[in-house]
Ligand binder design. Structure first.
Ligand code: CP
Length: 333
């Protein structure tokens, strides 16, 4: 494993090793596995958790990080090969990647989808351009399609709270949100749950299905693990859940058409996770990757309840990413 772009490209054994290192680092946070190593953190988009947990984690591992905001401290970047660069983009990812490869030991990239053309976004063009041109390992800090570091923290948290995730019911629930959001988090959350043998239920209103590619990955993992996979179009899917993972995502059917999606969504404001819906579950833990719109995606009564583990999830971003970096640097003790 050279790059870390989605957990479905990793074996179960690799993921278990990373999580074991993460757990060790959680109990003993200071390590020197990144001594004299440097990590570039390239951000095309805003971030609170990802940015700070990577910076703090790299420091705790004895390494140096440079946080680079595209269009801020570094030039606007072009990803299309063969582009005639007579617009706003000053530097091609090809050139930036070759130069960063000379200075750093890892490059980590956050790039959201453009949310205009699904056929373009589903190629995950920015992360794949870095992958093509970097000569050093690449870590995705969320791309158009996946948020694998979030997924590592999610499964680490589930393992801590439920002990054995196998056969426990993981419900990914679509939530209302005024904006059309990417599918990276729901893709990665459902994939990692399926990789660890959980029964996966995706609860979404009709028209808000995840991509065929993600459904196929999750379905195959569940089949291989002997667990259940289902999609339910109502909150009846919450019944007997051990985990409720709330997230909003945009409709792939109306991708790049926020007005149409908005007119459909105005009837979906009831898709908020509240106490009434949580009462359908088996005393489930509540998860969300954050940031969250309080009393829109989830009611305060759930987010602030004892069953909410969202801050543990956020904390585990730090430990999981440190485990990943230690694993990738080859320090697998
Ligand atoms: N969950 C997550 O990735 O948070 P940020 O967008 O704040 O990094």
């Amino acid at each position: 494993m050279k790059n870390f772009i989605s957990t479905h490209n990793c074996t179960f054994e690799e993921l278990e090793k990373i999580l074991k290192l993460a757990t060790q680092l959680k109990s003993k946070p200071i390590d020197n596995c990144l001594k004299n190593k440097s990590v570039a953190l390239v951000f095309f988009n805003s971030s609170l958790r990802t940015r700070t947990s990577f910076e703090v984690g790299i420091n705790q591992l004895g390494g140096h990080s440079s946080t680079l905001d595209v269009g801020g401290q570094i030039w606007n970047l072009e990803y299309k090969d063969g582009a005639v660069m007579d617009g706003q983009n000053v530097e091609h990812i090809k050139d930036a990647s070759k130069v960063l490869s000379k200075y750093f030991d890892f490059v980590c990239v956050r790039s959201f989808p453009q949310m205009e053309d699904w056929n373009e976004d589903k190629k995950d063009p920015i992360i794949n351009s870095f992958k093509k041109y970097l000569d050093i390992p690449l870590i995705s800090m969320e791309s158009a399609l996946y948020h694998p570091c979030q997924a590592l923290a999610d499964i680490m948290t589930i393992k801590e709270k439920l002990n054995k995730p196998e056969k426990k019911k993981f419900v990914l629930s679509w939530s209302y949100h005024p904006k059309s959001l990417p599918t990276a988090v729901p893709n990665s959350a459902s994939i990692i749950a399926s990789q660890f043998g959980m029964d996966v239920t995706i609860v979404n209103p009709k028209g808000f299905e995840l991509s065929k590619e993600t459904m196929n990955i999750v379905e195959k993992n569940c089949k291989d693990k002997g667990s259940n996979f289902e999609v339910v179009n109502s909150h009846e899917g919450f019944e007997n859940a051990d985990i409720i993972y709330a997230k909003s995502w945009g409709s792939l059917k109306y991708y790049g058409q926020p007005e149409i999606e908005g007119s459909i969504k105005k009837d979906l404001k009831g898709w908020i996770v509240d106490k009434e819906k949580m009462d359908l579950t088996k005393n489930a833990k509540f998860m969300h990757c954050l940031p969250v719109r309080r009393n829109v995606e989830v009611a305060d009564e759930v987010l602030d309840s004892k069953n909410s583990i969202v801050y543990d999830q956020a904390e585990n971003r730090l430990h999981a990413q440190k485990g990943l970096l230690k694993y990738l640097i080859g320090d697998k003790k």
